[in-house]
Each structure stands twice: as structure tokens, then as C-alpha cells.
Ligand binder design. Structure first.
Ligand code: NAD
Ligand code: UDP
Length: 340
């Protein structure tokens, strides 16, 4: 049985991907330092799958600690999720972001080379397309100028991994550019569990719907879009998880050294539409006010999904209604998130 090392596998996207891999017959080993997730996720994964996954509490920047994972397991491929991801925080503490995200990627790559592991999937982001308004973004769209250190770490790691794969023909790298992952597992047992007041739209709406937060501020309703609010390509986290299984399968058969895929739905949803869809899912009004634009926001961002459909065989199954209803189930079952 093929074994996948999932770094950051205790986090939001990682945990959903662990389930998708398990359901597709892969053996999974998880490495996570719990800097942005709770160990309770492992118990929840066990409840969902009936399997207790091998879990290492290690920092992926710590080469000797991570080496133990490669020593003790016959790893065939790696999905590297481990990283810090809060845009605003990255502006405040840029060096922490550069150190953690870049060092962990380099350390994983070095150990892969050392242990002869040839397949790497990396969590990149649509943020690498920068401020361009030329939508939809295709994988050939030029990389842009990022507006924050978090975005730059993705941009830089993409380049580092391209160089790594070019220099090492035995290594194959798949860069996955996620659009806006939202929603939760159908069980309601795992989902997005941000610390403190959320920055992103869906976690914020969920908390307002659940009564923990009073009111959502919509950042700008004077954009040049159909209803004046920004459009994003929201993708159900379980679809995104399936995209990773497809990427692992693709790496097993491709001749290419480096491949890049967008993971989105190809459809833009406005903030107003997202609120309306969530109101339908939870059955009551979401209190909101209209405020100023948020610096750095682009008006419209959605993916071209053609390449992923054609080459990966990936097509998102879920729409905005399923994203909202799964989010709402997770919120109602875990109003205060997971316990430490
Ligand atoms: P998350 O914070 O829920 O998960 C990341 C996990 O990595 C956490 O469990 C954290 O404890 C762990 N981690 C962080 N640094 C580590 C280190 N040095 N060593 C070991 N573990 C470490 O985030 P997520 O939303 O699941 O995102 C996963 C990946 O996808 C990240 O790389 C993120 O940048 C990327 N991504 C996320 C989004 C999004 O909107 N959620 C969009 C695009 C890209
Ligand atoms: N947004 C909002 N209020 C919030 C959080 C987000 O109006 O409290 C808007 C934000 O301006 C953007 C959209 O919702 O237009 C998605 O924001 P998010 O931070 O979730 O994703 P990103 O902007 O990083 O794609």
C-alpha cells in the first residue's frame, strides 16, 4: 500500500485530505506541530474513519525531528500543507512567515531527496496571481506582485520547488493553487477552527450565524461587480481534498517534472450572494453592515478549471449551498471550536 506523508495534516485542509486519501486506499502518516490546530482533530478523524493515523508532533523546520518520520516509515509521496496562513499576521510578523513557510518546505524537500521520495504536492494559492484583473486565472496567467508576506512565501516556495525538481530528475512536484476553500466534512466533526476572531468571510459569517459574533462587516459594496461586492471562487474543502488524491495519482503517471493546477469551481460568488446562501442554510438572517474596502482586496478572483478537468480529471462536485450547509452543521455541532 502506498504511503503518503501529510505535513500539516492536523489542520483544516490537511485533515479533510487525510480522510480522502484513506478512502482512496492510501496509508497516511501525519506530521504537524499543532501550532494552528488541536490534537482533538486526531480523535475526530478516528471517529470518522475508524482508523487511528500515525501522528508525529514535529516542526517541519526541525530536520532531525522530521528525519525520524522518514526513518520510521516507507514514504512514497508527500503532501506539504504545513505553513502559517494568516495574511494580516504575516504583515505584522513577516520573518516568522518567511522562516516557517520557506524553511519547512526546504527541509521537507531535502529529506525527500535524502530518502529517495519522488513525489511532492504543495499547497499554493491563487494569491500568486497578484492583483491582476484578467480573470479567470489560468495556470499560464503571469505570476503577479503579492500584497503581503504570506503570498510571497507561496510565490517563493513555488520557485524553490521548481528549481528543486529541475535539478533532480527523480523528483516530481505538483503545485496546487487553491482558490477559497470553505465548508466542512459532512459528519460535522471536523471543519475550519480559527483561533480568535476570524479574518476570512466564511468563518466570520458562521460565528455571526451562531451568535458568537454580533455583525459582519462587508468590506466594500462599491466595486465594479454586478452587486458591488467582491467575487471569489469558493470551493468545498472536501472537493479540494479530492483534488489532492487526483494530484498524487497524476504524479504517479506523469513524465513532467513540475505541474501546476488551479483548484477552484470556476464560478465567482459575491459577498452578498454568500450571505444569502448562508441565510438559506441556517434559516435566519445574518446581520451585516457595509463598510470600507479592505486594503489589498481584488474585486474578482476565480479559476479557469479547464486544465484540472482535462489533465487531473478533477471537477468540483459541491456548490455554494452545500458549502454553507456543511459550514453551518460544523458550527452548530462545535459552537466554540474544538477543545485543546
Ligand atoms: P491550517 O492552519 O488549518 O493547517 C496548517 C497546519 O500546519 C496546522 O495544523 C499547523 O499546526 C501546521 N503547521 C504550521 N507550521 C508547521 C510546521 N512548521 N511544522 C509542522 N506543522 C506546521 O491551514 P489550512 O487552511 O489547512 O491550510 C493548509 C495549507 O494550505 C497552508 O499551507 C496554507 O497556506 C495553504 N492554503 C490555504 C488556503 C485557505 O484558504 N485555507 C488557501 C490557499 C492555500
Ligand atoms: N470579507 C468581508 N468581510 C469579512 C471578511 C471578508 O466582506 O469580515 C470579504 C473580503 O473583502 C473578500 C471576501 O469576503 O471580498 C473573501 O474574503 P476572504 O478573506 O475570505 O478571502 P480572500 O479575500 O483572501 O480571497
Amino acid at each position: 500500500m502506498s504511503t503518503v506523508l501529510v505535513t500539516g495534516g492536523n489542520g483544516y485542509i490537511g485533515s479533510h485530505t487525510v480522510i480522502a486519501l484513506h478512502e482512496s486506499g492510501y496509508e497516511v502518516v501525519i506530521a504537524d506541530n499543532l501550532s494552528n490546530s488541536k490534537l482533538e482533530v486526531q480523535r475526530r478523524l478516528e471517529k470518522i474513519t475508524g482508523k487511528s493515523f500515525k501522528f508525529y508532533n514535529v516542526d517541519c523546520c526541525d530536520k532531525e525531528a522530521l528525519r525520524q518520520v522518514f526513518e520510521e516509515n516507507k514514504i512514497d509521496s508527500v503532501i506539504h500543507f504545513a505553513g502559517l496562513k494568516a495574511v494580516g499576521e504575516s504583515v505584522r510578523i513577516p520573518l516568522d512567515y518567511y522562516r516557517n513557510n520557506i524553511m519547512s518546505a526546504i527541509t521537507v524537500a531535502e529529506l525527500m531527496k535524502e530518502y529517495g521520495v519522488g513525489k511532492l504536492v504543495f499547497s499554493s494559492s491563487a494569491t500568486v496571481y497578484g492583483m491582476s484583473e484578467d480573470v479567470p486565472f489560468t495556470e499560464e496567467s503571469p505570476l503577479g506582485v503579492c500584497t503581503n508576506p504570506y503570498g510571497w512565501t507561496k510565490w517563493m516556495i513555488e520557485q524553490i520547488l521548481r528549481d528543486f525538481a529541475s535539478a533532480n530528475p527523480e523528483i516530481k512536484v505538483c503545485l496546487l493553487r487553491y482558490f477559497n476553500p470553505v465548508g466542512a466534512h459532512e459528519s460535522g466533526l471536523i471543519g475550519e477552527d480559527p483561533r480568535g476572531i476570524p479574518n476570512n468571510l466564511f468563518p466570520y459569517i458562521s460565528k455571526v450565524a451562531g451568535g458568537t459574533l454580533e455583525c459582519l462587516t462587508v468590506f466594500g459594496d462599491d466595486y465594479n461587480t454586478p452587486d458591488g461586492t467582491c467575487l471569489r471562487d469558493y470551493i468545498h474543502v472536501c472537493d479540494l481534498a479530492d483534488g489532492h488524491v487526483k494530484a498524487i495519482e497524476y504524479l504517479a503517471k506523469t513524465e513532467e517534472n513540475v505541474c501546476v493546477f488551479n483548484l477552484g469551481t470556476g464560478k465567482g460568488t459575491s459577498v452578498k450572494e454568500a450571505i444569502a446562501a448562508f441565510e438559506k442554510a441556517c434559516g435566519h438572517e445574518i446581520k451585516h453592515v457595509f463598510g470600507a474596502r479592505r486594503p489589498g482586496d481584488i474585486p474578482v478572483c476565480y479559476a479557469s478549471t479547464e486544465k484540472a478537468e482535462r489533465e487531473l480529471g478533477f471537477k468540483a462536485r459541491f456548490g455554494i449551498d452545500e458549502m454553507c450547509s456543511s459550514c453551518w452543521k460544523w458550527q452548530t455541532m462545535n459552537p466554540d471550536g474544538l477543545a485543546d
